[in-house]
Ligand binder design. Sequence first.
Ligand SMILES: Nc1ncnc2c1ncn2[C@@H]1O[C@H](COP(=O)(O)OP(=O)(O)OP(=O)(O)O)[C@@H](O)[C@H]1O
Ligand SMILES: [Mg+2]
Length: 394
Amino acid sequence: MSSLPISIPKDINKYFFNRKKEIKKINANLSLLEMDIANQILITGYRGVGKTFLLKKILNDQPEKYLTIYLDLSKTYGGQKGELTEEELMKELLNKINEAIIKNENILTKVKGNISNFFKQLELKDYDISNINLSDIQLPEIKDNYLKLSKFVMELPQRIVDSSDNISGFIIVIDEFQLLKSLKNPEAFFWLIRTYTQEQFNVSYIFTGSVSQTGEIINMINGQNGAFGGRMLQFNIDPFSKEETKEYLNERLPSLKFSKEGFERFYACTRGIPAYINSLSSILPTDVECDEGLIKETLLLNVDQIVIMWLYVWGTLSSVEKEIIIFMVENGNVTWSLLNNNLSYAKSTITKYIDSLMNKGVIEYKFNKEYVLSDDMLKTWLEIKYDNDGIYPA
Ligand SMILES: Nc1ncnc2c1ncn2[C@@H]1O[C@H](COP(=O)(O)OP(=O)(O)OP(=O)(O)O)[C@@H](O)[C@H]1O
Ligand SMILES: [Mg+2]
């Protein structure tokens, strides 16, 4: 039996491997909160490389003086049937802030008075957040006053820090942040966050998600003309190196054995991406020496299990997006004009879907004006499916 998780396990410490350097770097920035320096952080990296797991580990290990929030927008988005609104987002954030302070009775009593006052000042009379119960602070009805709601929610974390001696910082992780693209006005939203964070010295936001480093949303938030104009600290999380992969498997799954070529093949297939390392090693036989042929065959027969994270993504793509991907699988890297000449869509349609594929981290833009698939495993999967079924997955 395998002991490597194929999703993010509850027992983080039991399964989390290494990432010591990344943790040190991120924590070094978060620890400045205590000195009233709030950094805003953007974490990028391939799908399945371990961004979410890393951030969960980091939040989990924060000292008590920091309150933490983890907000996964794919959950908010899912609950909203594909429509993410600014209001819902604020309510969700409020919910999470609430959860963070509820955990700590001590803080709660101290901040309660302060928050109630703040609330009164804002005169949030017409807001309906009736399903949110900020502990037992009575929140009045809200209807359509987004500005007041956002002011309340965005200023709340700093107020909580200010009103409690034991708390010196607030860390807010927003995962799958590329979904903010589906807001009516994502730029305005980033500017809103930027505006509030400028005046908050003890609140750090960490944005992460499955977005290509060249995605326009990265520009929108942190590009030269973006809301944070490059002031956000940007870290890319790399796949495990060959050595790390070896060490990881030796330590966590010692019954898995490779021939020399077998391991090379394993690394070439997984490219050090933990999601693939875990899922492929979970289906390899243990206590026999896995050679190149066995790795190839296992991948071929179990490709759905290995690319599981792409099955979900594929299902969410539009037919134009799928067509672009299939064209790239069959023709290799493409330029915009090659796509335009070969697919029968309007220019604007092609541009629109290229952007959306980049925001979803499916394709990347290279300096030579070519678009490439971000992950060869997606290509492998589509090719195997086509070979087996004669058609590409719907
Ligand atoms: N440091 C690690 N140690 C052990 N396993 C890991 C580590 N990082 C990631 N994994 C494994 O890889 C899987 C994918 O990680 P995670 O979901 O964090 O990736 P991600 O970068 O957030 O991907 P996505 O872009 O799809 O959200 C996890 O479910 C976990 O099993
Ligand atoms: Mg993730």
